[in-house]
Design a protein around this ligand. Structure first.
Ligand code: ZN
Length: 660
């Protein structure tokens, strides 16, 4: 195929734009291959790094008409000799043979030796295709056949180390492509900038080019003083490279989650761009993880698709826009697909991007930026100047909305997650009257969105009785209750009611409640226990109504923002439970995922694992239910045709007396 010569419009630093100038089309390559979907969990277990990730991207690029504007090429398996530049022969041997028949019986055992790794019969092929596709994309861009390219590949690569797969990564795709470019002398590539904007530190890539001054490795990631995955000191800002590579390894370690467009842009403007200008790379490779995207279940950060577009646009002024992107993480399918689409559009079009936004970086962001600049100023004098006070004094408040208390099902996961906070902190403590006005002003947007989503609310307590549950929806008071309920904003009755038993322990604790008076209330141990069987009444309601029930169960009046939103709904399927920080004084602030019924998630609310420990140790009293409360439970079970009255009484009795 014949390509026109390398386009010259962006001849380096400042392309000239005028509103009437025609938008120039750039040649952008895309590589995607369904065969990279063959790598999946051995028994179909759900996992964030799954084939749907790249399918979602491909579908989005196609439906948005973006794919059609690109040069699509086929994936090709990488040759072992190119892998050997960054991985050991042991490692190559492992990945080459892991999917063979003869390894079938050992495969899971081998995977268990590594940190956050699974293998199946398709892993080998997918890994070779992922690395090969990235290499091919990089070669085409280096040769000028393409202006830039995006390799939509999996498994991802940046955690993979010289001698071990790690963190969902088998081969280090970006590192393999980087050494390939440097080793093919005829390509004339001598300096490569790798930008790793995945929310996790690119530990593998860092080590592979640790002593190399031809590769400037830049990673911005959640670090939290070494407690965020991959834990330890590797991602610290004092890790700057060694020997000739000293100063060519730059880590920007976030102290907290929630970082968004403003934080990343500040890092670009005050660290990455000045250094990149000095370094003057021949090509830019992006380890493009999208798990710092808003709504990502593992990342807990908040970059918007437009934010990614800005970050990418800022990098296009280097190496004449020769940019090769490789997919790394990114686990919220919508956010992932939208962010990739925004990036490919930037690669395609030579047009300016509006950079107006009102948010400021966090105070911690400025602290990190200053520390990084200080650490590296000896190598990059451009970082030596002190940042002006009027710049760094403008900060956004940090607000933790909810955090997960669940066990780490995947090592690759944060323990906190946040949502986009638009209500200023100062408004969070208002008197009730003012509260209602604020509710009216702020409630509309989230309500209409969450009203479209159905969930099963599963009750194991008094809500099993429909008349009692309807008080939470329609307001009012039923037999045995000491006070009325306010009800939900949407008073529509549940669309469906069904029953199910779950392998969890039911127990009663605390001394008294506002609604029922003296006596304990029901809790479900969030931990699965196959010896146990608890009856659950499932109500099909909207996620909006679920939030209203959640607030009433936790005796809160504040409904200005949802506490379990769409992000949390995505998140909970993987984490199994989400402890709602904003409701942490309530007894039922831990939302637990119990699987699906007709493809709709089943959610319940109970105490946290930590509280169960409190009950077990006697720190929080175990206590049988009040009579009215127990009667309501029995009524629910009998009306739901689960048990006869005698059986129901015995069931409640047993849960109330059996030791935890
Ligand atoms: Zn990641």
């Amino acid at each position: 195929m014949e390509f026109p010569p390398d386009h010259t419009h962006t001849n380096g630093i400042q392309p000239h734009f005028s509103p009437s100038a025609p938008v120039e089309q750039r040649r952008v390559g895309l590589v995607y291959d369904e065969r990279m979907c063959k790598h999946s969990t051995p028994r179909g277990e759900s996992h964030p790094e799954n084939p749907d990730r790249i399918r979602a991207i491909w579908n989005k690029l196609t439906s948005a008409g973006i794919r059609q504007r690109c040069t699509v090429f086929d994936a090709k398996e990488v040759e072992d000799k190119y892998i050997a530049a960054v991985h050991t022969s042991n490692h190559i041997n492992l990945i080459k043979t892991i999917s063979s028949k003869k390894m079938a019986s050992k495969r899971n055992k081998v995977a268990a030796r590594y940190n956050s790794i699974y293998f199946n019969e398709g892993s080998s092929e997918s890994a070779y295709l992922a690395a090969g596709s990235m290499l091919e994309a990089a070669e085409k861009v280096a040769k000028g056949e393409l202006n830039s390219a995006f390799a939509i590949v999996r498994p991802p690569g940046h955690h993979a180390e010289e001698n071990e797969p790690m963190g969902f990564c088998l081969y280090n795709n970006v590192a393999i492509a980087t050494s390939f470019l440097l080793n093919q002398k005829e390509l004339g590539v001598n300096k490569i900038l790798i930008v790793d904007w995945d929310v996790h530190h690119g530990n593998g890539t860092q080590k592979m080019f640790w002593k190399d001054s031809q590769v400037l490795f830049f990673s911005v990631h959640r670090h939290e003083y070494g407690s965020f995955y991959p834990t330890g000191d590797d991602g610290s800002h004092i890790m700057i490279g060694e020997g000739p590579g000293a100063g060519y390894n730059i880590n920007v370690p976030w102290e907290n989650g929630q970082c968004g467009d403003a934080d990343y842009i500040a890092v670009w403007d005050h660290i990455l761009l000045p250094v990149a200008k000095e370094f003057n790379p021949d090509i830019v490779i992006i380890s493009a993880g999208f798990d710092a995207a808003i709504g990502d279940p593992l990342g807990g950060c908040r970059i918007t698709p437009h934010g990614y577009a800005i970050l990418l646009k800022k990098l296009m002024k280097f190496s004449r826009g020769k940019i090769v992107m490789a997919l790394e993480g990114g686990y919220n399918l919508n956010s992932l697909a939208n962010s990739v689409a925004a990036c490919v559009e930037v690669l395609l079009e030579d047009k300016p991007i509006a950079e107006s936004f009102e948010a400021y970086p966090f105070e911690s962001t400025w602290r990190v930026i200053k520390a990084v600049r200080e650490e590296l100023s000896a190598f990059w004098p451009v970082l030596a100047d002190k940042l002006p006070e009027e710049l760094t004094s403008k900060v956004a408040p940090l607000l933790q909305i909810y955090s997960s208390q669940s066990e780490d099902e995947y090592d690759d996961g944060p323990n906190t997650l946040s949502e986009d906070v638009t209500i200023p902190l100062s408004k969070l403590n208002l008197s009730e009257d003012v509260n209602d006005q604020v509710t009216a002003t702020y409630s509309q947007a989230w309500r209409s969105e969450l009203a479209k989503i159905d969930v099963w609310y599963a009750s194991f307590g008094s809500n099993m009785s429909e008349s009692r549950f309807l008080c939470y929806i329609q307001g009012g008071q039923t037999e045995g209750m000491k006070r009325p309920c306010r009800g939900a904003v949407d008073k529509t009755k549940p669309k469906e009611v069904t029953w199910k038993t779950v392998p969890h322990r039911l127990f009663f604790g605390r001394e008294s409640t506002v609604t029922w008076g003296p006596g304990g209330v029901a809790f479900l141990d969030p931990e699965t226990n196959n010896q146990e069987k608890t009856f659950m009444c499932l109500y099909k309601i909207t996620l909006e109504q679920f939030n209203d029930v959640l607030l009433q169960e936790n005796v809160r009046m504040d409904t200005r923002s949802p506490f379990l939103d769409l992000n949390a709904l995505d998140f909970i399927e993987y984490e199994k439970s989400v402890s709602l920080e904003a409701l942490k004084d309530g007894w039922y602030h831990n939302v637990v995922y119990l699987g699906k019924e007709n493809d709709i998630p089943i959610l319940t609310m109970t105490c946290t694992h930590a509280t169960v420990e409190g009950f077990k140790s006697g720190k929080i009293p175990i206590c049988a239910p009040a009579k009215e409360y127990a009667d309501t439970l029995v009524r629910g079970l009998v009306q739901g045709k689960q048990l006869s009255e005698d059986e129901a009484v015995a069931y409640v009795q047993e849960a109330a007396t059996k030791p935890l």
